[in-house]
Design a protein around this ligand. Structure first.
Ligand code: HEC
Length: 163
């Protein structure tokens, strides 16, 4: 009983709303950190919304039910580092791609990209592997010469969407 109470209090200390995740250990720490980054003003939440539903009418696609989020880590890391600009389809809805997605390479460290992506890959009903900072570091190094904004078609050619 005492242990349960203590755990409850520690959760409150970590995050104002109780953190609900089945992740444990380092992955759980990443999730908590990623959740806070996601919700920072001007970051993911501003366009994709707290529930990950996006705002399709404004050109912001959802972050659930799509392999863009739960599929290839390389593709997902590249989206966040370089931003995205161009027509695409997410969960059967067409996005004309007039609104670009912000490139975050100058705003987020490897560790922070790993945390925010571990959060989105395990939120809004998603369940996928966590992302390590070593993985982000490798993708960042490999795409150093790439200027901002991938076109969705360009990324899909390199990493076809999983079935
Ligand atoms: C300024 C608004 C904006 C912000 C901030 C933003 N995005 Fe996006 N995001 C977009 C738009 C717009 C697209 C679609 C781009 C297109 O149509 O080419 C997109 C597409 C995506 C996609 C691929 C499509 C999908 O819905 O799965 C992912 C994944 C994604 N964003 C994740 C993130 C994450 C994670 C963050 C925070 C680190 C973030 N975005 C921040 C606007 C934004």
């Amino acid at each position: 009983m005492a242990v349960a109470n203590l755990t409850g209090r520690e959760e409150l200390k970590d995050s104002p709303d109780k953190v609900k995740t089945s992740l444990t250990g380092i992955e759980r720490d990443q999730y908590i950190k990623g959740k806070a980054l996601f919700a920072k003003e001007g970051f993911c939440i501003t366009c994709h919304q707290a529930d990950g539903n996006g705002l399709p009418m404004s050109g912001f696609p959802p972050l659930h039910g799509t392999k863009w989020v739960t599929g290839s880590q390389d593709r997902l890391i590249k989206v966040v580092l370089k931003g995205l600009h161009g027509p695409m389809e997410v969960n059967g809805t067409k996005f004309p791609g007039q609104v670009p997605m912000t490139p975050f390479e100058g705003m987020l460290s490897d560790e922070e990209v790993a945390a925010v992506l571990t959060y989105v890959r395990n939120s809004f009903g998603n369940k996928a592997s966590s992302v390590s900072k070593e993985k982000v570091k490798a993708v960042r190094a490999a795409s150093e010469s790439k200027k901002a904004f991938y076109a969705p078609a360009e990324l899909l050619q390199e990493f076809p969407l999983e079935k």
